[in-house]
Design a binder for this molecule. Structure first.
Ligand SMILES: NC(=O)c1ccc[n+]([C@@H]2O[C@H](COP(=O)([O-])OP(=O)(O)OC[C@H]3O[C@@H](n4cnc5c(N)ncnc54)[C@H](O)[C@@H]3O)[C@@H](O)[C@H]2O)c1
Length: 327
């Protein structure tokens, strides 16, 4: 089994990665606690029998980004109260990024904060969303407007779970893997052109994210680099009414933000390899309306990652009006 220990200011996160880990998770978690397991209907149908956590209660929500909302925060908290979940009990998020963002947010506020574990089930969550403690919900049509930083205590990554992932969701995860390669690791980026081992890729991405979030837990410096492609990506995602998966929107965002033509061409070749469309149409005014709500804008200036070359990114400050003009 591969493991990683990631140290933060207030606590640490232990990561366990192994094929077929799901069936052995109960041997890696403490006894004598109550567990609340948050999941969505798809995961529940596919995997609830394989996850045996003693003393647990399930909360099962419909699947999808639209569920990442305050109403569900209330629903989960109601269930936790009626199940007498105490301050020392544990919330387990079993699902993709929607579930870990939502459940992590609940864990950060329930009784002023309880511990939680993640069992990520999508590629996007296994390489990215599960680690780093960013939790939150969307508000009306705006993404991630309410949230906190609260780190999971344990993360259990089982790459075998990806076998049932719909192709589009897998490609969405590949979008985030491409981001890690482009910004931090040229070898990782190049390996995507050949036959790669998904377990290795996941581990490499988690290691990169671990290093970055340890250095910059609260998003004031290098962690902003993880937002590469996300400013416009989030806007495309919202304008598409969440019909285009997150990571694919991030690829379009990166394509827009890369300045060097040779790197753009490489990215387009990679998109062709994975059969991802490189043309989409969107309404520019609608995109702009979303972008100006971006949390990273301070006094009319946005801090944006700029790709210097493959594997190297730096944070720059751009006037939001200049950025919007280029759209
Ligand atoms: N907190 C962070 O750092 C961070 C980082 C990246 C993305 N995110 C957030 O993550 C969310 C996107 O997460 P996602 O892409 O994982 O989407 P998701 O959680 O909505 O899952 C996508 C779909 O795949 C299904 N699914 C999940 N695992 C499956 C499996 N193993 N087999 C079959 N079906 C499966 C789900 O039921 C759902 O229908 C967005 O809200 C985004 O903002 C957060």
């Amino acid at each position: 089994m591969k493991t990683l220990e990631v140290k933060y200011s207030t606590n640490k996160t232990n990561i366990y990665l192994e094929n077929n880990l799901l069936e052995n998770i109960s041997s890696l978690i403490p006894r004598g606690k109550k567990y609340i397991i948050l999941t969505d209907e798809n995961i529940y149908k596919l995997y609830s029998r394989a996850l045996n956590v003693p003393n647990s209660t399930w909360v099962v929500l419909p699947a999808g980004e639209k569920e990442k909302n305050l109403d569900n925060v209330s629903k989960i908290i109601e269930k936790m109260l009626s199940s007498e979940i105490s301050k020392t009990d544990i919330l387990i998020n079993f699902g993709g990024g929607v579930i870990s963002d939502l459940g992590g947010f609940v864990a950060s506020t329930y009784k002023r904060g309880i511990n939680y574990y993640n069992i990520p089930t999508t590629l996007i969550s296994q390489v990215d969303a599960t680690l780093g403690g960013k939790t939150g919900v969307d508000f009306k049509v705006y993404k991630n407007q309410i949230g906190s930083i609260h780190h999971p205590e344990k993360i259990f990554v089982d790459p075998i779970l990806l076998n049932t992932l719909p192709k589009n969701e897998y490609l969405s995860g590949i979008g985030e893997v491409i981001k890690y390669g482009l910004c931090f690791d040229e070898d990782l980026f190049n390996s995507l052109f050949s036959n790669f081992s998904i377990d290795e890729l996941i581990y490499k991405c988690l290691k990169i994210k671990a290093e970055i979030t340890e250095k910059d837990e609260f998003d004031n410096g290098i962690r902003l680099a993880l937002n590469f492609g996300h400013t416009i990506g989030h806007a495309i995602e919202a304008v598409s009414n969440y019909t285009i998966p997150h990571g694919i929107c991030v690829i379009y965002g990166m394509l827009y933000e890369i300045e060097a033509e040779d790197i753009k061409d490489k990215l387009i070749r990679l998109m062709q390899k994975f059969e991802i469309e490189n043309q989409i149409s969107y309404d520019k005014d609608e995109l702009k309306a979303f972008i100006i709500q971006d949390k990273k804008i301070r006094n009319g200036v946005i801090k944006l990652p700029k790709l210097e070359k493959i594997g190297k990114v730096k944070i720059t400050e751009v006037k939001i009006n200049d950025y919007l003009m280029r759209l």
